[in-house]
Design a protein around this ligand. Structure first.
Ligand code: KIV
Length: 262
């Protein structure tokens, strides 16, 4: 397989649908990469899947950089995208630039940030500086407090027009792709047809150019509630618990480790 670059990603539009997912460490990044996943997002969903927080908001820049470096070490061909955590790009564009640069120095190929028209000057500045940007419109988890919960967006015609306008704005600002999270499928289809850049849907129906799944959902590592749009391709939580409890039982019962010479 050859390396997925931003140019290759752009060129896939209309030719190949891309199944992309998150990764947070070198081990799973290597497995996903070897299985042919074209793009690995070091998502701020790490806050909920790996770090045990209720939302993505507490994720720190240092945690992101450490995970980005690990994923970049594990992935050979996948495009590695660093999700800028809450607070790393909302407190001034100079700080945002420094954080995006740090992500690329840690091994990311691109950064992702949430927002529409309001973040366009920052997207333009980053892309002018050689930092590829993957935008994110629709439901933006970092705005959970503003929404009052993780709520689907674009449901009314007016709101849908705003999501469409945001998607067009981030494309015009230089984003190479855009995430459409939790918007109606017909709106995602309209946006996908209107844009030249790749749309990556999550809870946005089948028409997008690419899809995201959070790795822990895809592998069935989460035992709690998963959104209705998620498909589990494995049920690893049960298998992992079985292995741990068998190990504990074998040590307790003397079956492991085996006696020398056995
Ligand atoms: O952090 C994340 O997992 C995301 C999703 C859109 C994939 O941003």
């Amino acid at each position: 397989m050859k390396k997925w670059t931003v140019a290759a990603f752009r060129a896939a539009k209309g030719k190949q649908k891309l199944g992309c997912c998150t990764a947070y460490d070198a081990c799973f990044a290597r497995l996903a990469d070897e299985a042919g996943v074209p793009c690995l997002l070091v998502g701020d969903s790490m806050g909920m899947t790996v770090l045990g927080y209720e939302t993505t908001l507490p994720v720190k820049m240092e945690e992101t950089l450490s995970a980005v470096a690990a994923v970049a070490r594990g992935a050979k061909d996948a495009l590695v995208v660093a999700d800028l955590p809450f607070g790393s790009y909302q407190c001034g564009d100079d700080a945002a630039m420094a954080n995006a640069v740090a992500c690329l120095k840690a091994g990311a190929d691109a950064v992702k940030l949430e927002g529409g028209a309001t973040v366009c000057p920052l997207i333009r500045r980053m892309t002018d500086a050689g930092i590829p940007v993957l935008a994110h419109v629709g439901m933006m988890p970092q705005s959970v407090n503003a929404y009052g919960g993780f709520k689907r967006q674009g449901k009314t015609r007016e709101d849908a027009q705003k999501v469409l306008a945001d998607a067009k704005a981030v494309e015009a600002a230089g984003a190479f792709a855009v995430t459409l999270e939790c918007v109606p499928a017909d709106l995602a289809a309209e946006i996908t047809a209107a844009l030249k850049i790749v749309t990556i849907g999550i809870g946005a129906g089948p028409v997008c150019d690419a899809q995201w799944l959070v790795m822990h959902d895809l592998l069935g590592l989460n035992e709690g509630h998963v959104p209705s749009f998620v498909k589990r391709y494995a049920s690893l939580a049960g298998e992992v618990k079985r292995a741990f409890s068998e190990y504990v039982a074998e040590v307790a019962g003397g079956a492991f480790p085996p006696a020398p010479g056995v």
